[in-house]
Design a protein around this ligand. Structure first.
Ligand SMILES: Cc1cc2nc3c(=O)[nH]c(=O)nc-3n(C[C@H](O)[C@H](O)[C@H](O)COP(=O)(O)OP(=O)(O)OC[C@H]3O[C@@H](n4cnc5c(N)ncnc54)[C@H](O)[C@@H]3O)c2cc1C
Length: 456
């Protein structure tokens, strides 16, 4: 008798889903692995969309894997334009809706991986669906924005939301020679980074002609006779506009999971154990639809990032195929480029540390990326957060035009392994005048932190 092949179904084909499907097929080559995606494309460079819109990346380069490559190279069957509408855990079936044919049927699974990701947060205002208002959440969004710019030649853009997508879009639209106004609800751009980083980003935006309006909520859109938003209204301003970008953040897509009684957490995402198994047998979850444990605070958080999605997909895929892999959590590692400025944040800010019941101390140092006499060196700013009582490193921010992100990433193992500031300051980092001062800025900051902790 032919052995029955394990059937592993993966819902969602962008970041976590393809990672999970490819891993499952590698771990159990005899399994039938099927990836379902409601849109036309899978596995494309969503993080590169602002760079595509800004003209730095070409459209054809956005596709990472086509469905055919996924089949041929990864042994995964892909069904695009196919939405999973319902899960029946008791029968181990899913309701599969073919959007092209308009047909729905039931299919069985042995293991199911939910990688349904996230959706944009609507503003709930009339005019939000006008023809010149766009999100930046899918390949289609990116293509539509690029087409709109080509055809309509907008000159005035308003971006709503000063998180990293809003900031990246501000640069992209400046590259397209538009006047850009960025509205943000907070005092400075970017949440979850040190104030020094936010300030550096705000200055850099201003230096490049982006008008940043802090603490500004939009109250209405004024739509003209061509069904386009002509003005964005805030409590104290009227902003004439040709193009509006909504970058107001995302929330987890959990409807499918919740209807199958998969447990959700306090942050709204699916909760899993460290094997990424949900509360329902044979159902795993990965990516933006999930909450993750913050490795520094040990608390659950919602951190929708490609890094987490890919790593979680890997673990969920391995375990769905019978492996024993674990995902311990994440640091909320954020990096971005704002014009020539690199910024990176890992771990907790001082404010987050306080909320987590820790006693944070903060140091900020200014240094350079090379020995000062070497030509081409750039200013670097390092902020460290450490716990006063245990001296454990809690967070790091680095900004500068050269080597900032790699320097910040250097401290990821220290956060993962709960090292103290004294561990870090003893590190033997390689040195040559072209790459750093003799004392690397990371070591300078660690020494400054150690001195500050001793003074207390
Ligand atoms: C413009 C932009 C820039 C970004 N830059 C970065 C960056 O620099 N670094 C970083 O770490 N992160 C970045 N991110 C975040 C990152 O893209 C996401 O965290 C990541 O894509 C999450 O992957 P995911 O697969 O979990 O979810 P998603 O990307 O949301 O994908 C989920 C997929 O599931 C499909 N789906 C949902 N429900 C169903 C269903 N019922 N049936 C079938 N299919 C379904 C959706 O159509 C979608 O394709 C960026 C995001 C954006 C929008």
């Amino acid at each position: 008798m032919m052995p029955v092949r394990r059937r592993i179904c993966v819902v969602g084909g962008l970041s976590a889903g393809p990672s999970a499907a490819a891993k499952a097929a590698r771990v159990d080559p005899s399994a039938e692995v099927i990836l379902f995606e409601q849109d036309d494309a899978i596995s494309y460079g969503i993080c590169e969309l602002p760079y595509y819109i800004g003209g730095e990346v070409q459209k054809d380069d956005l596709v990472v894997l086509t469905p055919e490559q996924m089949q041929r190279e990864k042994n995964v069957t892909v069904r695009t334009r196919t939405r999973i509408q319902n899960i029946s855990p008791s029968r181990k079936t899913i309701e599969v809706h073919d959007l092209s044919k308009g047909e729905t049927r039931e299919e069985r699974y042995d293991r199911l991986i939910i990688a349904t990701g996230s959706s944009v947060r609507p503003l709930g205002l009339a005019g939000e669906d006008a023809r010149n208002v766009f999100h930046v959440k899918s390949l289609d969004d990116g293509l539509q924005i690029a087409r709109f710019i080509e055809v309509e030649h907008p000159t005035r853009a308003v971006i709503i939301g000063g998180g990293y997508v809003g900031v990246e879009m501000a640069e992209a639209l400046r590259r397209r020679r538009m006047e850009v106004t960025l509205l943000h609800k907070g005092m400075v751009p970017l949440d979850h980074v040190a104030p020094e980083t936010s300030d550096a980003v705000a200055r850099r935006l201003g230096d490049h002609g982006v008008t940043f309006l802090p603490q500004t909520q939009i109250v209405a859109f004024r739509v003209d006779s061509r069904a386009a938003v002509a003005e964005v209204l805030t409590p104290d301003r009227t902003l004439p506009v040709d193009l509006v970008i909504l970058a107001t953040g995302v929330r987890p897509n959990t409807q499918l999971a919740a209807a199958a009684r998969v447990r959700l957490g306090a942050n709204g995402g699916i909760t899993t154990d460290s094997r990424l198994q949900t509360s329902v047998d044979n159902i795993f979850a990965a990516g933006d639809c999930c909450e993750v444990r913050n490795l520094v605070s040990n608390r659950m958080m919602y951190a929708p990032l490609a890094t987490n999605a890919a790593r979680m997909g890997w673990v969920a895929g391995e375990n769905a195929a019978g492996g024993r892999s674990t995902f311990q959590g994440a640091l909320r590692s954020i990096a971005l480029r704002v014009f020539e400025l690199e910024v990176v944040h890992l771990g907790l800010t001082a404010a987050e540390a306080r909320v987590a019941g820790l006693a944070p101390e903060v140091v900020t140092i200014k240094s350079t990326s090379r020995v000062p006499m070497m030509p081409g060196g750039k200013a670097l700013c390092v902020t460290l957060v450490a716990d006063r009582s245990t001296r454990r490193l809690l967070g790091v921010d680095v900004s500068g035009e050269e080597g900032a992100v790699l320097r910040g990433n250097l401290l990821a193992p220290a956060l993962h392994h709960r090292l103290t500031i004294d561990d870090v300051r003893r590190w033997d980092l390689a040195y040559a005048p072209s790459f750093s001062p003799l004392w690397d800025p990371i070591l300078v900051a660690a020494n400054a932190m150690a001195r500050k902790l001793e003074q207390r």
